[in-house]
Design a protein around this ligand. Structure first.
Ligand code: MOS
Length: 735
């Protein structure tokens, strides 16, 4: 920890947020604004035979109704995984065919939101509909194993068949997780403003540059003509990581009516058109010898994708690296369903995958009669078994140990159903957590102003994580100024390019660029001083200079120095600038880079009603350097809360015939509210990781949700003796 790094500082934008000064994407006022409302298909599979827009068009205030009959033709897009910026490659309003319920089939533009909404309700559509394919179970004969560009469909190491056959104990079970939706508080929203052939789009996005590239591509216009702005995001969790069709619709609507157009999705529309976490059905087979040492891991299963894109929820990746086991096989299959394209949702792969793997480990612990922590310690991976690389750092053992202490694991009677509190059955469960530490190329610009304040810029995103705060901390720490003397600008493609804010990689990626640009800015300022015969630092080498409180001075003689502002004033400099372009080195990786953690849940189960309440939760994590104890804790806590929701509540329900989402609203799609969440204890194991990246951080956005659902499910088993392998753990399954 330095003066600044690691401190639990308040958010630099906290005041703006609580006073309404923070502008979200639907909150940039425009003169002469028109409103767009999307119309969604009532069928999930079939064809529009007739679409009658005449009544709607003739209503007062209605400016335009766009359908496949009159929409401009659009150019093909690539998804994020294909190197583009789109969430799905299906282009809106290009044909009469429908592939999923709620698919955009028209957009109405009017003077007011009310007029547009009413007009949208009067559009008459005649369909030819077919029974929708929305259940993996019914479509499993069409399941296929797609080759990924980066790896084969089936991955085998050692001889898993022999490993399983030779095992003294086996667990062979199927675990399922349902379709889930992100449900950020802020809905997706786009305001599109054309000025001649220049387009400005205020869009709720985790990837400003991705939206710019995708819009330019599909509209066949130069990227330089498109500016994408996103200053604040009210939560995202992955659904704003790529551009969805409504953004295109807002833009073509604005061009059509020649006015700025605002389009905000309704909560219900957000269930259909901006991605979701795919349903999974996972088979895990574990073999172990008498000592609990794993002899085989199989992790196989199915998830769904849309009729037109390939998205694989990568739930097997965690099983390849988590435990030392010489014999392993993982494979994944896909079925195409009448749903929109699934997308990244907080810890894609690891969240559902760790539910299956860590539940199976718990089952094995009971089978072998070894404590679940001890079982995991016996199978600890000294190196990454998926690639035989050493870990850049790994505090998993400390996480188990500290977690057990803090949580009070020793008070647990290992016998299922043995603990109670009044009428409630009490259970304690644990699970391992892990998420890769990723790094994407990022660029940043910085300049120092005459008063010594510093402006740092990169078009990254503030989705509530605290990015603006930790970036200011990094720049302030490097330049020896206070956090208040740094302004960090983000969310605008006029600023230097930043990657998608996903994969828990923003702090590592943008932070590396920010630290680098702050260093080169400092070097430039020091060079001015060194070459200045009037400076107290004239001729002094950088290594002998320290900076603190906006003042540069000689380390061994702190009185000999001057402030940044004095130096800049003497040279009459309006600003000093620096730029950093983050190139990725293409060397073979020397280390495997992952964050690790241990999750502990205590539950109370009502034997009469089957209701499960999480009464305590403790998570301990090794995540590299923690830049801000307060915002880091919030990230982890929110991941755990989302994991408790995944364990007990979240489930998107489809009508099996019509393919419509039955619970596309927050009344019926349940996730935790404050009353559902106990005190959550979060601890960080201090970690100095010189290998992971230049700033030593591993990313904290996603690891909190990993292992959480399994810890809760394992606690439910411990409380009740009932193993629930199908999320969410609702009362009907417990009773
Ligand atoms: Mo995250 S699912 O990479 O936004």
């Amino acid at each position: 920890m330095t003066q600044i790094i690691g401190k639990p500082l308040n958010r630099v934008d906290g005041k703006l947020k609580v006073t309404g000064g923070a502008h979200y994407s639907a909150e940039f006022p425009q003169s002469n604004l028109a409103y767009a409302v999307c119309v969604g298909s009532k069928i999930a599979r079939g064809k529009i035979e007739k679409i009658d827009t005449q009544v709607a068009e003739n209503l007062p205030g209605v400016l335009s109704v766009i359908t496949y009959l009159n929409a401009p033709s659009l150019q093909p897009l690539k998804t994020l995984l294909q190197g583009g910026g789109a969430g799905e490659t299906r282009l809106p309003l290009q044909e009469a065919i429908v592939h999923y319920s709620g698919e955009h089939i028209a957009v109405v533009v009017a003077d007011t939101l009310e007029q547009a909404t009413y007009a949208a309700s009067l559009i008459e559509v005649t369909y030819t509909g077919y029974s929708a394919l929305v259940e993996i179970d019914k479509e499993r004969e069409q399941a296929f194993a797609p080759e990924m560009p980066s790896r084969p469909a089936i991955i085998t190491r050692g001889n898993p068949e022999v490993g399983l056959a030779d095992a003294d104990f086996r667990v062979e079970e199927t675990y399922t997780t349902p379709t889930e939706h992100h449900n950020p508080m802020e809905p997706h929203a786009t305001t599109a403003v054309w000025e001649g052939d220049k387009l400005t789009v205020y869009d709720a996005t985790q990837y400003t540059y991705g939206v710019r590239q995708a819009l330019a591509t599909t509209l066949s216009i130069p990227e330089e003509n498109v500016r994408v702005v996103c200053k604040f995001i009210g939560g995202a969790f992955g659904c704003k990581g790529s551009m969805w069709s409504h953004t295109i619709l807002a833009v073509i609507a604005a061009r059509e009516v020649d006015r700025p157009v605002k389009l905000v999705l309704t909560r219900s529309q957000m269930f259909n058109v901006v991605g979701h976490r795919a349903e999974t059905e996972q088979q895990v087979k574990l073999g172990a010898n008498r000592d609990g040492i794993l002899t085989a891991i199989y992790h196989e299963g199915i998830s769904h994708t849309s009729m037109f894109d390939m998205f694989i929820e990568p739930f097997t990746s965690i099983s390849r690296m988590m435990y030392a086991c010489p014999n392993l096989q993982t494979s994944q299959q896909i079925v195409r369903l009448n749903k929109g394209t699934p997308t990244f949702m907080r810890a894609p792969g690891e969240a559902p995958g760790s539910f299956a793997l860590e539940s199976a480990l718990d089952e094995l612990a009971y089978a072998v009669k070894i404590d679940p922590i001890e079982l995991r310690l016996r199978n600890y991976a000294d190196i990454d078994p998926s690639n035989n690389l050493p870990w850049s750092s790994n505090s998993l053992k400390e996480c188990y140990q500290i977690g057990a202490e803090k949580f009070g694991w020793s008070k647990r009677n290992p016998e299922p159903g043995s603990m109670s509190d009044g009428i409630y059955q009490v259970g304690m469960g644990m699970a391992s957590a892990s998420f890769p530490a990723l790094l994407f190329p990022a660029t940043a610009k910085a300049h120092m102003l005459p008063d010594g304040t510093v402006v740092v810029q990169s078009s990254t995103h503030e989705m509530g994580t605290g990015v603006a705060t930790v970036m200011a901390q990094l720049a302030a720490d490097t330049l020896g100024v206070s956090v208040q003397q740094v302004r960090f600008d983000l969310g605008d493609t006029e600023l230097p390019r930043a990657p998608v804010s996903g994969g828990s990689a923003t702090t590592a990626s943008v932070g590396t660029a920010v630290q680098a640009v702050a260093r080169s800015l400092k070097a430039k300022v020091l060079e001015i001083a060194r070459n200045d015969s009037n400076s107290p630092l004239h001729g002094v080498a950088d290594a002998e200079v320290a900076v603190e409180n906006g003042r540069v001075f000689i380390k061994n003689n702190p009185t000999q120095g001057e402030t940044y502002s004095t130096l800049l004033a003497r040279h009459n400099l309006q600003q000093v600038e620096a730029y950093h372009d983050g190139q990725m080195n293409s060397q073979q990786p020397q280390f495997s880079k992952h964050a690790f953690g241990a999750q502990f849940a205590e539950v109370q189960v009502s034997p009469h009603f089957g209701e499960v309440r999480v009464t305590r939760f403790t998570g301990v994590f090794g995540v590299g350097r923690v830049l801000n104890q307060k915002t880091a804790r919030s990230q982890i806590m929110s991941g755990i809360i989302m994991g408790i929701g995944m364990a007990l509540m979240e489930e998107t329900v489809f009508d099996s015939h019509m393919g419509q989402i039955v619970n596309a609203n927050l009344g019926e799609y349940h996730f935790p509210v404050n009353a559902d969440i106990p005190e959550i204890e979060v601890y960080f194991v201090p970690e100095e990781d010189p290998h992971v990246n230049p700033i030593g951080v591993k990313g904290i956005g996603e690891i909190g949700i990993t292992g959480t659902a399994a810890a809760v499910a394992n606690a439910v088993y411990h409380a009740t003796g009932k193993r629930i392998r199908n999320l969410p753990i609702t009362p009907d399954k417990v009773m």
